[in-house]
Design a protein around this ligand. Structure first.
Ligand code: SF4
Ligand code: SF4
Ligand code: FES
Length: 277
């Protein structure tokens, strides 16, 4: 039989929990009729349409971009839209919500704690030239080499898989976690940024970056190939050098102006498509 014609019945063992009704999670069993190419998310849709409309999970893009559909698949944090059923099992699979988050219902984790931690480390370019930032006259200079210093960390889709896998997250509720810490490094390492001192207060503290004991599980499970463990170790190095007064101060890069004698027209932004409040 050709690979694309493979058909099989797979048992889904799914953790169910409604905080408004249940004392704790329990497991329910469903049979999914699987053909080659079906994703774990497709199987959930089949269950919802044909067997149990009360089952809850979260998804949006169905193509590994939005980060909504992460869950524990056979005990490993993964994107359900990006995981083919027959790649992970021939007979049965278990599904549970991401650990280290509150559960909204069934397979839906409450990701507020991820976004609150992310916002707390100031994930944006910080500079003194506010006027240039607000009304830019050109682009800030950045060489390809400087871009490489942080590029991979920009691929993070905030799915939460790394936070679910992190043993420090499991034991220390105040730990910022691999998403926030990797994004703090992403901005610190950006040659256009000057926010190291400000972010330092958020990460070089009790329960901060030095609580990471480099298990590396965050990087092992990342579906986008981001290496948060590496970002965290590089940030530790920067902080130690800073403490020893050996870190070279980063001067945010300059505006790349027009060639001498040429006046660059101001950049015109397209109009907003929704009303600004
Ligand atoms: S670093 Fe990877 S695993 Fe963690 S939130 Fe970003 S994309 Fe997901
Ligand atoms: S390397 Fe650090 S952040 Fe990543 S899983 Fe280990 S303890 Fe958590
Ligand atoms: S549904 Fe968007 S990443 Fe899976």
């Amino acid at each position: 039989m050709k690979e694309q014609e493979k058909k099989r019945d797979i048992i889904y063992y799914i953790s169910r929990f409604d905080p408004e009704r249940d004392d704790g999670p329990h497991v329910e069993q469903y049979t999914v009729h699987v053909v080659s190419g079906m994703t774990v998310l497709d199987g959930l849709h089949q269950i919802k349409h044909e067997q149990d409309a009360t089952l809850a999970w979260r998804y949006s893009c169905r193509m590994g971009v939005c980060g909504s559909c992460a869950m524990l698949i056979n005990g490993v944090p993964m994107l359900s839209c990006n995981t083919q059923i027959l790649d992970v099992s021939d007979t049965a699979l278990t599904l549970a919500p991401l650990p280290n988050f509150e559960i909204v219902k069934d397979l839906v984790p409450d990701l507020n704690s991820l976004f609150e931690r992310h916002v707390a480390i100031e994930p944006y370019i910080q500079r003194d030239d506010k006027e240039e930032m607000d009304t830019p006259t050109g682009q800030y200079f950045q060489s390809p080499h400087q871009l490489e210093a942080f590029l991979q960390f920009t691929f993070c889709i905030k799915c939460g898989c790394c936070m679910a896998a992190c043993p420090t997250m499991a034991t220390d509720p105040e730990y910022p976690g691999p998403v926030a810490l990797a994004q703090a490094y992403r901005y610190n390492a950006d040659s256009r940024d000057g926010g190291f001192e400000s972010r330092k207060k958020k990460v070089a503290c009790a329960h901060g970056v030095f609580s990471c004991h480099y298990a590396g599980e965050c990087s092992n499970v990342c579906p986008k190939g981001v290496d948060p463990a590496r970002a965290i170790q590089l940030m530790k190095k920067d902080l130690v050098l800073d403490y020893l007064k050996l870190k070279k101060k980063q001067k945010p890069s300059k505006v790349l102006g027009p060639p001498a004698g040429e006046k660059k027209p101001p950049i015109e932004f397209p109009p907003f498509t929704v009303e600004q409040k």
